[in-house]
Design a protein. Structure first.
Length: 395
């Protein structure tokens, strides 16, 4: 379960996007191949080797975060840098007594999870953060609650019970004018996830989760960034900054006629923009090409890439666009917030980069019928724009 095609196959592809996504929960028993994805050994290693302060790493029980002094001690090195060192015996005791463990943004420190997150980002067209959850008892770590983003849950080890209730407020958000009311009645679903099971849950759905099956539980939650009508309007406003009507000062002290003319001019610009039937498509292209992804250095190559076939590179963002400009005989490559124009002959190599898979300079050159030195120069420009990074050196 790494690339976009794998995610599409496991979640149902276009059918999932058209009928389930943002609409209702979906349960996919045995849909995930979890081998090599994330293990207890991985979790132990990360906790032992990383300096993870709350809330990045935290324990929670009955909806409350456990104070860190109950399972860690402050430690200061000889350069007066202080961090919290986990005390395994106290840590174990908290978990044994019912606390749940949460590790946020594990995709940034675990390559296999990072690759899975990238694949889901490409399938759904949105940024993804992956959290690890581990529980040992029937006590609920977080109580019954709802999230302000959609999630895909992948059960890795043991079992976890999920009781689900629908939304009590349509499309609730983090910044909202009121909070959803607690749901009433029995849950609409009562599921036990086993290793390899996958659960999709839209934002706003209430859920209560517990490891009450007599075994410890380890799962990953892939959380998707929400894009709402409010976000679209913020993007629209940014586009309208090119209009003088949106750059002019508000005539606060002007006459009523001047204020009316000002509002009418603003209204007209907004109306023209909103009348574009391809507005959502334009917005989607914008977020695909401006997503900064993960800035990755390309050491040891600090002064451009040498023409060596073995050097392996990869796109740093999960999405980008390649646009032909046939009249000019060029193509525009857009990713990570920057756009470049290249000769049409570079299109095959650029298209290979957009697959988001690691590839060598030699493979890129062969795909386009170019010299390796020309591809090295092209990729060096993309590295300078933070859109591509070296992920395998020839040294």
């Amino acid at each position: 379960m790494v690339d976009a095609a794998s995610w599409a196959g496991r979640l149902g592809g276009d059918k999932f996007l058209a009928r389930t996504y943002h609409r209702s929960y979906a349960y996919f028993p045995g849909a995930a191949d979890t081998a090599g994805l994330f293990s207890w050994n991985d979790l132990n290693r990360i906790i032992a080797t990383q300096r993870l302060e709350p809330p990045r790493l935290r324990l929670s029980v009955d909806g409350e975060m456990v104070p860190i002094h109950r399972y860690a001690i402050p430690t200061t090195n000889r350069r007066s840098v202080t961090w919290s060192r986990i005390q395994p015996s106290d840590f174990h005791a908290q978990l044994r007594d019912g606390a749940s463990l949460v590790l946020d943004a594990v995709e940034k420190i675990h390559p296999a999870v990072g690759a899975a997150a990238e694949g889901l980002q490409r399938f759904l067209g949105t940024s993804v953060q992956v959290n690890v959850y581990a529980s040992w008892t029937e006590r609920e770590g977080f109580g019954r609650h709802w999230d302000d983003h959609d999630v895909v849950v992948v059960q890795l080890h043991g079992s976890k019970r999920w009781r689900l209730w629908g939304m009590t407020r349509e499309a609730p958000t983090f910044r909202d004018v009121e909070s959803p009311e607690e749901p009433e009645g029995d849950p609409v679903a009562d599921l036990v996830l086993s290793p390899g099971d996958v659960l999709y849950l839209p934002r706003g759905w209430w859920h209560a989760v517990t490891a009450d099956q007599g075994t410890e539980s380890l799962h990953l939650t892939f959380g998707m960034v929400t894009h709402t009508g409010a976000d679209l309007m913020l993007w629209v406003v940014d586009q309208l900054r090119a209009s003088p009507a949106f750059r002019k000062d508000i005539p606060r002290f002007g006459s009523l006629a001047e204020q009316s003319d000002f509002i009418e001019a603003v209204r007209g610009e907004v109306a023209d923009m909103m009348a574009d039937s391809r507005l959502v498509e334009r917005w989607a292209e914008s977020i695909d090409t401006t997503d900064l992804g993960h800035a990755i250095p390309s050491l040891p190559y600090v002064d451009g890439l040498p023409a060596r076939r073995e050097i392996t590179v990869k796109l740093t963002a999960s999405r980008g666009r390649l646009t032909p400009n046939r009249a000019e005989g060029t193509v525009t490559f857009s990713a990570a917030g920057t756009a470049w124009d290249f000769a049409e002959s570079a299109a095959p190599a650029l298209g290979t980069l957009l697959t988001n898979q690691p590839t060598t300079l030699g493979e890129l050159a062969d795909s386009a019928g170019l010299e390796v030195k020309d591809v090295a120069e092209l990729v060096s420009a993309l590295i300078d724009g933070h859109a591509v990074a070296v992920v395998g050196t020839a040294l």
